[in-house]
Design a protein around this ligand. Structure first.
Ligand code: ATP
Length: 594
């Protein structure tokens, strides 16, 4: 398969302004892909070489990529840098430069997908002495062999900035159509994806072995399971009603969720986004190795930062300082962490995801050797609102965010990849007049003025419309950013910058800069209002009106642990808006956009 086929499709995907067209284009691309290459084409399309949980990543430093563009084109590094400053996107710069390149490759044979993949793989894996030169050489050869258009996408892939903004679910749709002729079969593919987190594997299996083989997917140690998530409600009464009058309540800790896989001596830790974070948490890996009794197990819990002096819980931001590539040993000492387990998904050969909560919880208690750094999270069964409320007060007093209520019904299985009412969170904010924080995706920015000249003055943020697979705007956020946040913002968002509105973004506002939906941030405001400007829940409450956040403020949390599709959903916003109306009927103001 020629790489030019892929490059042509990427270009069309980038040009489309309609989301459904994206799926059609993907179907066409998959139809042109030989089955033995489908996994690789799927990974490449998501901007990777392997599934997210395998820690082999592209992401070459831009400086190095600039050098190889210079090498391939015969330009000076300074010339490439100069152009990059003006254009801002190394992919485009590469394309432009190579169109007028001074050196021409003699026998220009077309690039093959496999060749590109394998070369990128070598680049990603090269390490140690001499690896920089090796990477430079490999990359410039690819650039030289490819057409300018191919080089544009190769460069973007290599620096980790392909960002076509295609959701995993769109890829699943396209796979279902391509290989089974029926979009309805996506549900089967989705289940396999939820328990394997490996789109390439799902693609390869359906393409080569058919749907039956996909139905036989099983959970396995080493492949993360997409995490079960929670709905939210604002009172113990509502929660109990939903849960059938009885449920378990657990402390809800504000830390980082982890899914730990133990296979004899080997431990792998996966984040909420299913990235492999074992290296960042060697202390937690050690705890799993020594304190989870079975040889093979998958458990889940919340890593929290603790004050080494007092043993008290510290906020999420402190823990995020552990998410670094270098200086890990120092960070382990400076920001010690502990693990609070709340679920078990596999023990030896037994799949626990299909067993009800009570059985899982009992098993969890059996398999953990507790000490002050590792334990199962505080939990209790409640049957009335008063008991839940007093457990909640106790949790808050001990530094938790609130409670996580969990169904104890016979069907209370671990629902991989789903956000349902079997888990319901109950947080402190719901009790006050403030709304809960929401996770929003940055889709645009307005240039700053005065003190903020040279950076962004405000960000246009959106929530996720699951039904339409679109991002709808909900707010313009300009407060809550620290000086460092502001300074770093353009650099942080650079890789998402595009020159037009992304097809998955629904916006009436026209910001100065558009972004591919990628970066998630947490915001809070005073309340929800109806809005003529924002597109979230348009028409759902009132004709021609959307919902906006009033007095929005960045909370300081860059949710790097969330993908854009894991942002707050439109459905949740509607529910929160309705809950707010119930409690504060007089505070609604129309047309007051934030
Ligand atoms: P939030 O923004 O409310 O922290 P979120 O949007 O990150 O949540 P949700 O799935 O809605 O994700 O909330 C559940 C999260 O709370 C879990 O992902 C997990 O990280 C954390 N958590 C803390 N304690 C528990 C617990 N006892 N059981 C399950 N999850 C817990």
């Amino acid at each position: 398969m020629k790489f030019s086929i892929i490059a042509d499709f990427y270009e069309k995907i980038e040009e489309t302004s309609k989301r459904l067209e994206m799926t059609d284009l993907l179907v066409q691309l998959f139809r042109e892909t030989p089955t033995e290459l489908i996994d690789k084409v799927v990974y490449l399309t998501t901007g990777r070489l392997y599934p997210l949980f395998i820690p082999i990543e592209l992401g070459l430093a831009e400086k190095l990529a600039v050098r190889s563009v210079a090498m391939a084109s015969g330009h000076k590094v300074s010339e490439v840098e100069e152009k990059l400053k003006k254009v801002g996107d190394l992919g485009l710069v590469t394309e432009q430069i190579l169109k007028t390149k001074k050196q021409r490759s003699l026998q220009q044979k077309p690039l093959e997908v496999l060749d590109v993949y394998e070369t990128l793989d070598k680049i990603a894996k090269a390490s140690g002495a001499g690896s920089v030169e090796a990477k430079l050489k490999l990359l410039s050869r690819l650039l030289l062999d490819g057409t300018p258009k191919e080089a544009k996408y190769i460069i973007r892939m290599v620096i980790g900035a392909l960002r076509l903004g295609i959701a995993e679910y769109t890829i699943l749709d396209a796979l279902a159509i391509t290989y089974t002729g029926d979009k309805e079969n996506r549900a089967i593919l989705e289940r396999a994806f939820n328990i394997s987190s490996d789109l390439g594997l799902v693609a390869k299996t359906v393409a080569t072995k058919g749907l039956e083989a996909v139905k036989n997917f099983k959970i396995s140690v080493g492949s993360p399971i997409r995490m079960m998530l929670a709905q939210r409600l604002s009172s113990p009464e509502e929660i109990l009603e939903k849960m059938g009058g009885r449920c378990a309540v657990e402390y809800k800790l504000d830390g980082e969720r982890v899914q730990a896989h133990k296979n004899n001596g080997e431990v792998n830790l996966f984040s909420r986004r299913l990235e492999n974070i074992t290296e960042q948490y060697p202390d937690i890996a050690e705890l799993i190795k020594n304190n989870i009794k079975p040889d093979r197990a998958i458990v889940e819990g919340e890593i929290v930062a603790i004050d080494p002096q007092t043993g008290e819980l510290l906020p999420f931001q402190t823990l995020m300082r552990r998410r670094r590539k270098y200086g890990i040993k120092e960070a382990v000492e400076e920001f010690p962490a502990s693990l609070n387990l709340f679920d078990v998904l596999l023990v030896d050969k037994t799949d626990y995801t299909t067993k009800p909560y009570t059985e899982r919880r009992k098993k969890l208690e059996e398999i953990v050797k507790k000490n002050e750094r590792i334990k199962s999270v505080e939990a209790k069964i409640v049957e009335n609102a008063q008991d839940m409320e007093s457990f909640f007060e106790k949790a808050i007093e001990e530094g938790c965010e609130g409670l996580m209520a969990k169904s104890t019904q016979p069907d209370s299985i671990y629902e991989a990849g789903s956000r349902g009412f079997k888990w319901i969170k109950y947080k402190r904010e719901y009790k006050t007049e403030m709304i809960d924080t929401i996770d929003t995706v940055i889709v645009g920015a307005f240039m700053g003025r005065g003190k903020r000249a040279g950076t962004y003055g405000a960000l246009l943020v959106a929530v996720y419309d699951q039904e339409k697979d679109m991002f709808t705007t909900i707010s313009k956020v300009g407060t809550g950013f620290s000086d460092t946040d502001l300074q770093e913002m353009p650099e942080r968002l650079k890789k998402y910058k595009i020159d037009h509105k992304h097809p998955r973004v629904d916006s009436k506002l026209k910001p100065d800069v558009w972004f591919t939906p990628g970066q998630v941030i947490e915001i809070i405001g005073s309340e929800y209002t109806l809005s003529q400007v924002h597109t979230t829940a348009l028409g759902a409450i009132k004709k021609d009106s959307g919902i906006a956040v009033r007095f929005p403020r960045f909370t300081g949390k860059w949710r790097d642990d969330k993908s854009p599709e894991e942002a707050t959903t439109v459905k949740e916003i509607i529910e929160m808006y309705q809950a707010q109306i119930k409690t504060q009927p007089k505070t609604q103001k129309e047309n007051s956009d934030s």
